[in-house]
Design a protein around this ligand. Structure first.
Ligand code: NAG
Ligand code: NAG
Length: 208
């Protein structure tokens, strides 16, 4: 009997001491959760070309990133991004449109939110979130309990609501391949169509 009581006493004293120790040695601001190495998310985005449903595939080990943009009652635009700065924007329907763009930066690192300023807690879409600001780019909302992203708000007006988030989900290799017509000369007219739709905010955030 006696040893058990002593044990409980020790545990209680110990747990009571921990909070004050942690409090003194660390900043109390929460830190954004790094992105999983690989994930799939479905989002609803609102931007200048209207609403779209986005399938987002992030694949850091293979250094690639894809958006499949389904515009409301409109076209489906694929956007595959590689670490060497090349982005392919294309359709997979009979229009066979494709645009290739080159950026001076690679894709986002999982810890790209490091160094963001903590803004505080706000409710968004019914979820209590921790909010950070990446100065000049966006506000990032993360569920305060689950640490899953809920909402992104870029300063040029783009907003994105995260509907599903599956850590560890990987898109099969063949789906990343841009179609053959991306590697032929594309007519100027069909290029300009996609140029209007193709914008990439996360390339802008990248600083490597
Ligand atoms: C999308 O954004 C526009 C412009 O800010 C706004 O008027 C519209 O209500 C938004 N749509 C939705 C569904 O949030
Ligand atoms: C970048 O990598 C992709 C995928 O491997 C490739 O298709 C593309 O040609 C590369 N771009 C450059 C400029 O090397």
């Amino acid at each position: 009997m006696f040893p058990t009581i002593k044990f409980i006493f020790l545990v209680t004293t110990y747990t009571l001491l921990i909070p004050s120790i942690a409090f003194e040695s660390e900043s109390t601001d929460p830190i954004p959760e790094p992105w999983p190495q690989q994930f799939h998310a479905i989002t609803i985005m609102n931007y200048t070309q209207g609403l779209r449903k986005v399938d987002l595939w992030y694949d850091w080990p293979n250094k690639r990133y894809m958006h499949i943009n389904q515009y409301q009652l409109g076209k489906t635009l694929y956007d595959v991004e590689w670490q060497n700065g090349t982005s392919f924007y294309f359709t997979l329907d009979s229009t066979q449109e494709c645009t290739i763009r080159h950026f001076p930066v690679g894709i986002l690192r999982p810890n790209w939110l490091e160094g963001s300023n903590y803004v505080g807690q706000k409710y968004k879409d019914g979820f209590l979130c921790n909010v950070w600001e990446k100065v000049g780019f966006l506000q990032y909302y993360e569920d305060a309990v689950t640490k899953i992203p809920v909402y992104w708000h870029f300063y040029d007006g783009l907003v994105e609501h995260i509907m599903t988030f599956e850590a560890g989900k990987v898109l099969e290799n063949s789906k990343w391949q841009a179609p053959a017509y991306c590697f032929k000369d594309v007519e100027k007219e069909s290029r300009s169509l996609l140029e209007n739709l193709a914008t990439n905010h996360f390339r802008d955030v990248t600083e490597n």
